[in-house]
Design a protein around this ligand. Structure first.
Ligand SMILES: NC(=O)c1ccc[n+]([C@@H]2O[C@H](COP(=O)([O-])OP(=O)(O)OC[C@H]3O[C@@H](n4cnc5c(N)ncnc54)[C@H](OP(=O)(O)O)[C@@H]3O)[C@@H](O)[C@H]2O)c1
Length: 255
């Protein structure tokens, strides 16, 4: 089964596409021949990416400046998108991390992380679902959760809580929106080096963590390609509410 071919001609929106995994998912979708809309706050990064996406096979590529934590920004983006080809897939990838003991974490920091990682997924998902329901158009939501949404680590509690919320949101929205032909699934990646964690993996605790991964290595963005294409396409037509760990076995590491 050629999973990539199933994305050809679909319109895929990726949030947090100005770098890291989001940029990777946008490039992958473009190589499959999808129309790709990339969204994030840094417009200049997106505009450079759009040129690349057109060059590497995207049917069309567009950039939209968007802050997923800001309701007005999300509404404006979806209002603008109404004029283009209908969306088929929304990838809720935008996310931020923060480290520190919970006891010293400021409320503003908690709000910032929850606001992006949890509220952002909610705002984007509801806006997409309303458009799909009103247009009687099927849709796919693919949330990028994390293994820490399924099993905790210390020192990054707001992030852990936000990702656990994304896992539950995936299930409850799948339950409510199956009737509209909207499927909602999630990937729960293990550790993949990007800007979000590169500093950590250069430290001794980071190196120790790599030694606890059963496959003894960090993930590469390409390790997500197969699971991404599965959940983004009708290859997963009878899947909804699922969260798939992709982690080199990290979740099953020995206690
Ligand atoms: N890397 C990993 O090991 C790993 C593991 C599990 C899960 N994840 C998840 O995968 C996703 C991507 O992570 P990454 O490693 O690629 O991180 P990254 O390299 O730091 O990229 C994060 C992206 O999110 C965007 N973003 C942040 N806040 C935003 C906001 N309010 N509105 C719109 N866009 C926003 C950033 O763009 P702007 O600054 O331009 O807005 C950036 O493009 C995150 O949800 C993360 O939690 C990553």
């Amino acid at each position: 089964m050629d999973l990539g071919a199933r994305l050809k001609g679909k319109h895929v929106l990726v949030t947090g596409a100005s770098g890291g995994l989001g940029e990777h998912f946008a490039r992958l979708s473009a190589r499959c021949g999808a129309t790709v809309t990339v969204a994030a706050r840094r417009r200049e990064k997106l505009e450079a990416l759009v040129l690349d996406l057109r060059a590497c096979g995207a049917a069309e590529a567009h950039a939209v400046e968007l802050d997923v934590s800001d309701e007005a920004s999300v509404e404006a983006a979806f209002a603008a998108l109404k004029d283009g080809p209908p969306l088929d897939v929304v990838v809720n990838n935008a996310g931020i991390a923060g480290t520190g003991p919970s006891i010293d974490t400021q409320t503003a920091e908690f709000d910032r992380i929850i606001g992006t990682n949890l509220r952002g997924v909610w705002l984007m998902s509801v806006a997409a679902a309303r458009q799909w329901r009103d247009a009687k158009h099927p849709g796919v939501i693919l949330n990028i959760a994390s293994i820490v949404g399924l099993r905790v680590i210390g020192g990054t509690a707001p992030y852990v809580v936000s990702k656990a919320g994304v896992v539950q949101m995936t299930e409850v929205l799948a339950l409510e929106w199956a009737r509209f032909g909207i499927r909602v699934n999630a990937l729960a990646p293990g550790y993949i080096v990007t800007d979000i964690n590169a500093d950590f993996f250069a430290t001794e605790p980071g190196l120790q963590m790599i030694r606890r991964i059963p496959m003894r290595r960090l993930g590469q963005p390409e390790d997500l390609d197969g699971p991404f294409l599965l959940l983004a396409t009708d290859a997963s037509a009878w899947m909804t509410g699922a969260t798939i760990p992709v982690d080199g076995g990290h979740l099953v590491s020995a206690l």
